[in-house]
Design a protein around this ligand. Structure first.
Ligand code: SAM
Length: 290
């Protein structure tokens, strides 16, 4: 009996319902991804090139390969194929206005500033944060400002570390900041390089948000935008609670435009703007649950 999903019978690789369920289970347990049945055709088209690359002839063989302990790289290829790395400088501008107008006046009083960009993709988000902070913090408050920028996908983390971007991508950086913090790459006139002053503020690292986090915080702000959309409701709730634990009282959580904090974290967070939350207990935050 042909058990291939409807519409996939004539495709290059056999992809049964059982294969899809096994794949969805693995993607959920390893990465928190929620793959609904309706995503089958998308999953097929995104993964077909991996099967070609690994020279396997059907999804059941690809599954066997994925579950081998020494196939960590292939599992990362899997998540890379199933999620997008789309990002841009100063994406969702209102968060940078909140950072500058609400957070910076407080941070200016602190001896140290710690911010985490979780799911940073190729670096445009943490560089936008770094430029905003450097531009708006008084000099004495800039001495101990550190950003942690993490992503599960090694390819994007290495692009972030390289800090070179096509000129047209840099156009969303406000002009004064672009002039101050980017230069044309000497080896490629179509690209800009982010200055060392910005790069030095950021530590880039690979991190799967589903696993242990090898640091304690606390952070003054966490940006986790357009990442949790891939996760199921329970995974999202756990993640919001873990982020909340990592924030100092009064710390900010910025999330993506189509995301909402749900679950236990809401007892400790108050809304502080569009897709912006603040942990209770800081100087200006009440203790009201959201
Ligand atoms: C759409 S990008 C968002 C980038 C940036 N935060 C923004 O809003 O522009 C989503 C990123 O989440 C990362 N990601 C997906 N699942 C992840 C996980 N389990 N742990 C860490 N990062 C993950 C992807 O690799 C991707 O780079």
């Amino acid at each position: 009996m042909n058990t291939a999903p409807a519409g996939l019978n004539t495709r290059e690789f056999s992809f049964t319902d059982a294969d899809f369920r096994a794949l969805a289970k693995l993607a959920h347990s390893e990465f928190g991804l929620a793959l609904a049945e309706s995503k089958k055709p998308l999953v097929y088209s995104r993964l077909a090139r991996r099967l070609r690359a690994r020279e396997v002839n059907e999804f059941s063989d690809y599954m066997k390969l994925l579950t081998k302990t020494d196939e960590t790289d292939e599992r990362l290829q899997l998540i890379s194929a199933l999620t997008t790395n789309v990002t841009s400088f100063f994406r969702e501008k209102h968060h940078f206005a909140t950072l500058r107008e609400k957070l910076v006046p407080e941070l200016a009083q602190q001896a140290r500033v710690r911010i985490w960009s979780a799911g940073c993709s190729s670096g445009q988000e943490p560089f936008s944060i770094a430029m905003t902070l450097h531009d708006s913090l008084p000099e004495r408050a800039r001495r101990d400002v550190r950003l942690l920028a993490t992503d599960i996908d090694p390819a994007v983390v290495s692009r972030a570390r390289a800090a070179k971007y096509p000129k047209e991508e840099a156009e969303t950086i406000p002009e004064d900041l672009r002039r101050r913090w980017t230069t044309t790459c000497p080896d490629d006139p179509d690209k800009v390089a982010i200055s060392a002053a910005m790069r030095d503020m950021i530590s880039f690292a690979e991190l799967n948000l589903m696993q242990e986090w090898p640091f304690k915080g606390p952070f003054d702000a966490i940006f986790c935008r357009n990442v949790a959309i891939y996760f199921d409701q329970n995974t999202q709730k756990r993640l919001w609670a873990r982020f909340t634990d990592m924030l100092r009282p009064g710390g900010y959580l910025f999330i993506g435009h189509s995301e909402r904090v749900t679950g236990d974290a809401l007892a400790t967070l108050t809304t502080a703007g569009v897709t912006t939350y603040r942990k209770n207990g800081g100087a200006d935050t009440g203790n009201a649950a959201h």
